[in-house]
Ligand binder design. Structure first.
Ligand code: SF4
Length: 876
């Protein structure tokens, strides 16, 4: 039975957002779908976070790319695919295989990735295929390979629950991997002796649920873990049997770590010697310890060394591969792991084989019957766009990602794409910042419309299943890649009938990798038929004769040449770019709870824009006073690369000397908030992963002459010095501000005057415009010299109502008197005012009581830290 035969039934699939990889039950409806957590999925056992819960709100065809487009005109699939094949063939013939490149995404399914990688590395003959996963976890890949000889995550999610100590490093788990955080909270509730330590320069939502927060200085975690390795040795906690039987390099690693004394580590990290000793004692005395690391570690110029410094401590103490212990790299993206398994990075081959290993290359070439194999690593993401800029890349295919908003030096990346002679973009949305600079747009099938598989952060492979038809002429990515390959003359190798056929080939290739002694082997599934593929249950790899998904390395068995783990020397050296008088602050970047990447999907869900409708910059009160910026006003943030204008949030959560900005806003959602544009292209030399958390910047007040709010049925793009647009129920809402009152006009909202425009001069300092259609309000705008108390979301509640100006004015007078009510619990849309009222009237003291009274915090639990703050205002 095909996926779409299930259309009226509940379909088991997987969330397309983060690397937790939660199972989802989707029941299609005429509009959208009912979404629930899959109780039988091992990653989430029924739980979902607010992003997962809101998936049903993101399924409308609004804004979708419905048919291929060439140079801003509609085209047929045949015309578009013929053009791509012709331009690719020309580039290959005239400039060689390395003049082509693919830039893909951790959002792709494994089957998409497999076909893209096969096409580039085996048939075009270049390894110029890289992905946005490079920005997320490339340093962890290299750290794994240096230590284990393979890109293996040794442990499982269960280890986090079975551990007695979980150390989170550079991970705001509560917001970035909420369901895993929830599993941790529940494990701690059942077993209060489970200790959670959070290592992060910022006080994040994760801290509220941790026993100990180590607010170390940015970039100092390598010194911290080198100190731990010394302490393990000093306290005689080295597992001599394990080290002698299964590892090499400990003495060199100790010598490198010992070059910095404990007193110097205290100075480097900003943590007192007593705090350091307490942390080291706790780690050493707790046998079952998991050290989970994420982007705070990976996104650094020494991210690979940081990963190895963490892994070194686990290898030296023998705490790896057994229940409740081990280093654990958590991936940001839903299928970063699947991409790695099929070789979807410029530096690796398929099935965890090595591109630079002749035996591996020849085995893959034979298997694919490939005419020309790439023989050396290709261009990693940052270098790939540099090669577009300097003319080396003549044809580029971007799949399912938005590098104009997500790459470092994003403005230069936009210029590089514009400079590239031929750029194809396959994507779901018609108008992204990258789509505006591509030559050919291909409509891709979205989540819910395509089938395949994904691998989550603990090696669990799950089926993502279709439950609705793609709109217009949208197609899955694997299909369009195969169609171009066939046009280039490789029909036999790309004649895949369906994703199951791609998966079978991928599984068969992994069997060859298994016979070559590699970790990734799912060859038990090499002959899976279409029906069994359709019904495939989630499983953790490997899955091959005599091997099935547990943990790795408890008894050694590493994938290095000598079968030993390599404890890698990771000498400390300062590597953050210095702040200066001109650029005195350090910008830390990250995600917020309710949005994903560049908001192309989460930006469509009204639920998810209610808590954070505007892009913010967080600053410590001391710095705010020093640089003259005030809470809730606007500030300009500048780096040598670019500028942004953001709403200020003054908070002691961000350490003095640092700023924090979320990465999500694109030119579709804000005037000037593309944070990646401020980031320089500094990368880890081993992994090529850019450093997103170290940029020297400056901040200044952004004075404005007027403020506005606007709401409309249809999406609009304002034109003013500052604006931020958010999806709301029934339409769109924007907050605006500008420097010149004389320039205020409805035209600055970017809406066509359309129907009937009514302008009301409330007083010399306040104007009201209303657009009406059939005597109902289709859009409303209000400007005044001082900030309106009414929010844009409140104004949006008037859209669709009868256009009675007197009513509108009296509503406005009333609305000005209401107390601001930001949403706290996004899952159940519960606002701060309701929570405060319940605390006061029902005399509630605990998060659990709030949960029972209002349901707040009882689904994904990511708002619990904010509930704690509301219960104990003095703690915030
Ligand atoms: Fe999706 Fe949330 Fe689960 Fe991540 S934690 S996979 S975003 S539901």
């Amino acid at each position: 039975m095909s996926d779409l035969d299930h259309r009226s039934k509940r379909v088991r699939t997987v969330c397309p957002y983060c690397g937790v990889g939660c199972g989802v039950l989707a029941t299609p409806r005429a509009r959208g779908a009912i979404i629930k957590g899959d109780p039988d999925h091992p990653a989430n056992q029924g739980r979902l976070c607010c992003k997962g819960v809101s998936l049903g709100e993101t399924l409308e065809p609004e804004g979708r790319l419905l048919r291929p487009r060439i140079a801003d005109r509609d085209a047929s699939w045949d015309e578009a695919l013929d053009l791509i094949a012709t331009r690719f063939a020309e580039a290959m013939a005239l400039h060689g295989p390395d003049s082509l490149a693919i830039y893909a995404s951790g959002q792709l399914l494994t089957e998409d990735y497999y076909v893209a990688n096969k096409l580039m590395k085996g048939f075009i003959g270049s390894a110029n295929i890289d992905t946005n996963s490079r920005l997320c976890m490339a340093s962890a890949v290299v750290a794994h390979k240096r230590a284990f000889g393979s890109d293996t995550v040794p442990g499982t999610y269960e280890d986090l629950e079975q551990a007695d100590l979980v150390v989170l490093v550079g991970s705001n788990l509560a917001w970035c991997h909420p369901v895993l955080n929830q599993r941790l909270i529940e494990a701690k509730a059942a077993r209060p002796e489970l200790t959670i330590v959070n290592i992060d320069p910022r006080r994040t939502a994760t801290c509220a649920l941790s026993d100990l927060h180590l607010p170390l200085k940015p970039g100092s975690d390598l010194a911290l873990f080198n100190g731990l390795l010394q302490a393990i040795n000093r306290e005689d906690a080295v597992d001599r049997d394990y080290v002698e039987s299964h590892t090499s390099g400990l003495s060199d690693a100790l010598a490198a770590a010992g070059a910095v004394s404990e007193a110097e580590i205290a100075e480097i990290t900003g943590l007192s010697p007593r705090v350091l000793r307490d942390f080291y004692d706790l780690w050493i005395k707790t046998e079952r310890v998991v050290t989970l690391f994420s982007q705070g570690v990976n996104q650094s110029v020494n991210g690979t060394d940081k990963g190895n410094a963490i892994i070194n401590c686990h290898l030296a103490s023998g705490r790896i591969g057994r229940e409740g212990m081990g280093p654990f790299s958590i991936t940001g993206q839903p299928n970063a792991m699947g991409g790695r398994e099929v070789g979807g990075l410029a530096s690796i081959l398929a099935a965890h084989l090595d591109l630079e290993n002749t035996e591996h290359r020849k085995a893959v070439q034979r298997f694919w019957n490939a005419p020309r194999m790439a023989e050396r690593p290709g261009l990693k993401a940052v270098d790939l766009f540099h090669a577009c800029a300097d003319g080396r890349i003549k044809a580029l295919w971007i799949l399912s990602t938005n590098p104009v908003d997500s790459m470092p030096e994003a403005d230069r990346v936009r210029a590089a794409i514009e400079a590239c002679p031929f750029v194809v973009l396959s994507d779901v949305q018609a108008d992204t910042d990258t789509a505006r600079v591509a030559d050919v747009l291909l409509p891709a099938a979205a989540w819910g419309e395509k089938s395949g598989s994904v691998t989550n952060a603990d090696r669990t492979i799950s089926r993502q299943r279709a439950f609705r038809q793609p709109p217009g002429e949208a197609r899955p990515d694997w299909r369009m890649l195969a169609d171009v390959a066939i046009r280039l003359g490789w029909e036999a190798a790309f004649a895949f009938e369906n994703p199951a056929a791609v998966f079978r080939e991928h599984a068969a290739l992994s069997g060859i990798a298994g016979r070559l002694g590699r970790d990734f082997d799912i060859s038990d599934l090499a002959e899976i038929d279409d029906e069994a593929y359709e019904a495939l249950e989630p499983f953790r790899w490997p899955r091959a004769k005599g091997r099935s998904g547990g943990r790795f390395f408890a008894e050694g068995g590493f994938y290095t040449k000598d079968n030993r783990a390599h404890i890698v020397p990771t000498a400390w050296r300062p590597c953050l770019p210095a702040t200066t008088e001109q650029w005195p602050l350090r910008l830390l970047t990250g995600r917020i709870r309710d949005h994903w990447h560049t908001m192309t999907r989460t930006g469509l869900a009204p639920h998810l824009s209610r808590r954070h409708p505007e892009p913010v910059i967080e600053i410590h009160p001391t710095d705010a006073a020093r640089y003259g910026v005030k809470d809730d006003e606007l500030a300009s943030l500048g780096s040598p690369m670019a500028q942004a204008v953001l709403r200020v949030r003054v908070t002691t959560d961000t350490p003095e000397g640092c700023l924090f900005a979320p990465i999500h806003w694109s030119e579709h959602y804000a005037a000037k908030a593309r944070i990646a544009a401020l980031i320089p292209p500094d990368c880890d030399p081993l992994s090529g992963q850019p450093a997103y958390k170290a940029t020297p910047v400056r901040i200044a007040r952004f004075p404005v002459d007027w403020w506005g709010i606007a709401a409309a049925e249809a999406q609009f793009q304002p034109e003013s010095d500052y604006w931020a647009l958010a999806r709301v129920a029934g339409g769109w809402a924007a907050t605006l501000a500008g420097k010149d009152w004389a320039e205020v006009s409805p035209a600055s909202l970017g809406l066509s005057a359309g129907d009937n425009l009514i302008t009301v001069e409330v007083d010399p300092d306040c104007r009201f415009n209303v657009l009406t259609r059939d005597e109902r309000i289709s859009a409303a705008f209000l400007w005044r010299r001082t900030r309106p108390k009414v929010t844009a979301a409140q104004l949006a509640t008037r859209i669709g109502r009868v256009a009675d100006l007197d009513q509108l004015k009296s509503w406005f007078d009333e609305a000005c008197k209401t107390v601001p009510n930001p949403i706290v619990c996004a899952c159940f849309s519960i606002g701060e005012a309701k929570i405060r009222a319940a605390i006061a009237t029902e005399k509630l003291n605990t998060v659990e009581q709030l949960g029972r009274a209002l349901r707040a915090g009882t689904n994904c639990g990511t708002c619990k830290p904010e509930l704690v703050d509301l219960l104990n205002p003095s703690s915030s």
